[in-house]
Structure formats: structure tokens, C-alpha cells
Design a protein around this ligand. Structure first.
Ligand SMILES: [Zn+2]
Length: 163
């Protein structure tokens, strides 16, 4: 009799724990999303990791970039790892960036980057967040500060971060 009660209490406790663990693992950083929300463009067993630094891509999703190199798609944690991997490589093709607003990949060369806002960045003290529309970028800027630039300028700033 007692055993039964203890058993059911234990079960209840374990179930309770499960729920708690789930809420603990919920993303805490601004750039984090749930794994299910993250779009992964690269293939293979390490597709959830940045090929440059190894960081988890869903965790830094809102600064994720991707590009084609030698016909292969690479997905990076940030514009820094993209820059660090490709440099000024002319073969850099189809650079994409996550739109902070919709969490979808968009053409990086057409994105509006908010650089240097008060929201913490990835691999850099100067954060860079991209938006598909100028309106959304301005809304973000209004709340968090920073400067609105294009992809090439953001790339320039990313290069300087290493010096
Ligand atoms: Zn990285």
C-alpha cells in the first residue's frame, strides 16, 4: 500500500521535473530560438554547428548567415564566422541571413543590418542584426539603438572586429 503511494508520488515528481527541465532549456539569449524553429540549410551530422567555431546554430540563430562555397552550403553562427571563413573570396555566393522578425533566411545583400545596438551580439561586442524591411530595422533601432547599414558595410565592420 505504502509502496504504491510512494511509487505514484515518484512518478508525479518525475513528470514535474520533466516539465521543469523543458522550461529551463528554453532559449535565454536574444538570438536563441527553439531547435524546431531553426532552419538548417547545411547537411550532415554537424549541421547544427557552425563550421568555423563549432557553436550551436539554433542557440545563435538570429545572427545566422549562410553562403555557398564550392557548390556547398555552409551555415554560420554569425557574420564573423562567415567573414572569417570566406574572406574576400570572390566565390562567395548567395549570402543569406536570418531575418530577426520572421526567422526566415533572406538575401543578405538586400537586408537592413542594425549594427551596434544595445542587444548583445554573437562573436563580437558590436552586435549585428538583420531585417528584411527598413521599417522593422527602424523599429528595432528605436528600441535598442545602433546604426542601420547594408550587408557590405556590416561585413566591413565585422572585419574590423578582429583587429
Ligand atoms: Zn561561428
Amino acid at each position: 500500500m505504502y509502496q504504491k503511494i510512494i511509487l505514484s508520488l515518484t512518478t508525479a515528481f518525475l513528470v514535474g521535473c520533466g516539465v521543469q527541465t523543458d522550461s529551463v532549456t528554453k532559449p535565454s539569449m536574444f538570438q536563441s530560438v527553439h531547435e524546431k524553429e531553426a532552419v538548417l540549410l547545411q547537411e550532415g551530422k554537424d549541421k547544427e554547428s557552425c563550421p568555423r567555431c563549432g557553436m550551436n546554430l539554433p542557440k545563435y540563430y538570429k545572427t545566422n548567415h549562410s553562403a555557398l562555397l564550392d557548390k556547398k552550403t555552409y551555415q554560420y553562427c554569425s557574420i564573423h564566422c562567415l567573414q572569417d571563413h570566406l574572406y574576400d573570396d570572390v566565390s562567395l555566393k548567395n549570402p543569406l541571413v536570418v531575418d530577426v522578425d520572421t526567422l526566415k533566411f533572406i538575401d543578405a545583400t538586400k537586408a537592413y543590418y542594425v549594427v551596434g545596438s544595445s542587444v548583445k551580439g554573437t562573436m563580437s561586442r558590436v552586435s549585428k542584426y538583420a531585417f528584411a524591411t527598413k521599417e522593422k530595422a527602424e523599429l528595432f533601432q528605436k528600441e535598442n539603438g545602433g546604426e542601420i547599414v547594408d550587408f557590405y558595410k556590416a561585413l566591413e565592420i565585422a572585419k574590423k572586429d578582429f583587429k
